[in-house]
Design a protein around this ligand. Sequence first.
Ligand SMILES: NC(=O)c1ccc[n+]([C@@H]2O[C@H](COP(=O)([O-])OP(=O)(O)OC[C@H]3O[C@@H](n4cnc5c(N)ncnc54)[C@H](O)[C@@H]3O)[C@@H](O)[C@H]2O)c1
Ligand SMILES: [Zn+2]
Length: 408
Amino acid sequence: MTREVIVKHLTAARWTVSATRHVDYEIVESPHLLDPANPSLGAMPPGSEASGGTRLVVIDEGVEGAFGDRIRSYFASRHDRMDYLVLPGGDEHKTLDQVVEVVSRLNSIGTDRSGTPPIAIGGGVVQDITGMAAGLYRRGIPYVRVPTTLLGQIDGSVSAKNGVNFEGFRNRLGTFAPPPRTLIDRTLIATLPKRQISSGMGEMLKMALIKDARLFELLERYGPQLLAENLQDDGPATREGRVGEEGMHRAIAGMAEELQKNLWETDLKRIVDYGHTFSPAVEMRALPGLLHGEAVALGCVYGAVLAARRGMLRYDRLERIIATTRGMGLRPSHPLFEDADLLNQALADTIHHRDNHQHITLLRDIGVPTFVEDLTPREITEAAGVMADIGKGLSPLPGRGADFPWKG
Ligand SMILES: NC(=O)c1ccc[n+]([C@@H]2O[C@H](COP(=O)([O-])OP(=O)(O)OC[C@H]3O[C@@H](n4cnc5c(N)ncnc54)[C@H](O)[C@@H]3O)[C@@H](O)[C@H]2O)c1
Ligand SMILES: [Zn+2]
């Protein structure tokens, strides 16, 4: 047999592969998740069928203290093969080592491609770690997310991404790997320390400022009550009904609406990054001194100062934002937000992360965002000076600082 190889033209070959991956995931409110009469917690998420193997439950240390026994008795009454791994929360523990610990446990118990999806019960840190582990193990397996902090329930709950801090940078490593199902039970945050509730309210404030004036009104009018009740609506009735529930629903819906438009972040202009332009560097510098939502709230106030100084946002709006921040138990200023060098460096890091664009969200009004690309080092420095006045309890109005003690 003769082999005929006829090469008429030597051309460079090219093959392309083009595919679309459709993503559907759900965020479901399911009160009293730890009641054995409620099947939601152990149920398989959409798209998976139980294989009968062992499922891993990753539990946040804070949750272990508050609900560890109830979690174990829930699964003991309904499911045979479970394994448990308790991990610490707190951003200082959001590390690759913790991801490897989860991956290693998934491996040792023989977690399947889809038949034994792990369940993460905890704050944003445990969610990010478990989400990243699930995204890496066997190149990605489904998992179930059960956030137990306010921040985790209104923000991380909707997100498709996860990440760990690396070499001094926030979320420098991570994957896009949304779980098919997230379960929300507001009663799980009833045990949360007030400082953590305030931190979660920092992200609610962001959502209110960029797109939901009604949510801002709720925070402005009922901030202290929401904080006192851990958003459980178990205190004195308000004229406006269940404001904790309404606030949470609005925040989750607003986040879902924003993320869906740009889930893979192909567009780096994102209004949900409001309050997150300068805060990452501040947060990492302060670690563990500032919680995520605390840093975000500071970033929201700082953004409002920048906008007010540009004549873009009315000063009375800035004053309302400062008073509302205080009402939620959050500080509107901090020494690191008075440090112009740090803030200029923070902006440089963020510009790098946004492919050399500023893409900074500022406010025209409460609920009305816009983007700017021309913020100058001088504006950053001057706004840092205003933050110093706010920190001393003085008015942010130009030229009035020392004469007008802040009464908020
Ligand atoms: N992937 C995303 O899109 C996304 C979105 C928002 C936030 N995050 C990340 O989430 C992190 C912040 O999350 P967080 O604010 O939940 O902090 P966290 O996870 O550190 O939890 C805060 C503290 O509360 C404890 N805790 C958790 N639930 C509890 C409960 N029910 N009762 C008592 N204590 C409890 C934890 O052990 C921890 O000490 C940040 O790293 C942030 O980047 C990620
Ligand atoms: Zn955030």
